[in-house]
Write a new protein. Structure first.
Length: 324
């Protein structure tokens, strides 16, 4: 099978598309023929081993898992013994951070992992792009304790995480202020944003109104800069660790000052129940991942380069089987 392989850490060019053996499903595992996957910030971080401490998880000198890819959609074409949740021919999608392997024509996934069936009427590229942004946004929303009627500002509202957050918040009945470039204002309003701030002409940290929650979905702000736009008991939550990894110690401090402005850190939940929740949102039409562009598997190096520019809108899809 064809797969995108990186046997060393580094820039996009360390990835090579080559032939490797098709994996064999073990007990309780599914063999999935991958139709579509994505390249996202997580893939790029693991490929480059940034920050460096990630090597403690992925291999000090070289990657233990040379085929990356966290998101996938495909078809079950083989099953191991003791599989009882899925059948051959099922269209499935899911999330594989840690195990990886989606940047290939075939991948093996345990039936109890973060995998679910694709709803009727949802195409494979859409399903493939649905998991990472949604589950990170979901974790931030839950960790921040956001409730219907709250006022929430989302910085980076056009990214994979930010665009998923806007849709989830809108479905909850939250008043959403989205920060993005003016050219994308119609997009984020279509996702459910009530107000839009153009970051190219206005500093959102100087807005006159205050919010119950500020969610920085791209990690370009800090708690210190956002304090003045938080209500006295407001919460700052970010998808990134922040300068000097400050969001981790600040979140610990925040646990002791719940009635004051504070930071929370969104450790993500990643299990089958979360993917099933995503499936329900896809099926109900309350969530559609934004897709910027699509590359064939053979051009995955170019996809990595583009993601690293920080200019993508939503998600970057890799068409593994271009006829699907």
């Amino acid at each position: 099978m064809r797969a995108a392989v990186n046997t060393s850490y580094g820039p996009p060019e360390v990835v090579t598309v080559t032939d490797v053996p098709v994996p064999e499903p073990g007990a309780g595992e599914l063999l999935i023929r991958v139709d579509a996957t994505t390249v996202n910030r997580t893939d790029c971080a693991y490929r480059a081993a940034r920050p460096f401490f990630m090597r403690l998880l992925t291999g000090l000198r070289r990657p233990r898992r040379p085929i990356l890819g966290t998101e996938f959609a495909g078809e079950v074409v083989g099953i191991g013994v003791q599989v009882n949740q899925f059948r051959g021919g099922d269209r499935v999608f899911g999330y594989l951070e840690g195990r990886f392997g989606a940047h290939a024509e075939y991948a093996v996934v345990h039936q109890d992992a973060s995998v679910a069936t694709v709803p009727a009427g949802v195409d494979q590229p859409t399903a493939a792009a649905a998991t990472e942004g949604f589950h990170y946004a979901r974790s931030a929303i839950r960790r921040a304790g956001i409730q219907p009627g709250d006022r929430v500002l989302v910085n980076g509202a056009t990214g994979g995480i930010g665009s998923a957050a806007v849709q989830q918040l809108a479905a909850m009945g939250v008043t959403v202020t989205a920060v993005c470039a003016a050219e994308h204002a119609d997009l984020v309003r279509g996702l459910g944003a009530d107000h839009v701030v153009d970051y190219t002409t206005e500093d959102f940290t100087r807005l006159p109104q205050q919010f119950e929650v500020v969610f920085d979905a791209i990690g370009t702000s800090t708690f210190g800069k956002c304090r003045r736009i938080l209500r006295p008991d407001g919460v700052y939550v970010s998808s990134e660790l922040g300068p000097g990894w400050q969001n981790l110690p600040l979140s610990l401090l925040g646990m002791m000052r719940r009635r004051r402005r504070r930071v929370v850190f969104p450790f993500p939940e990643d299990d089958q129940a979360v993917v099933e929740e995503i499936r329900d949102h896809l099926d109900g039409g309350t969530f559609r991942p934004v897709i910027d562009r699509t590359y064939p598997l053979e051009d995955i190096v170019a996809a990595n380069r583009f993601v690293e520019t920080g200019q993508k809108i939503g998600n970057v899809v890799i068409a593994v089987r271009q006829n699907r």
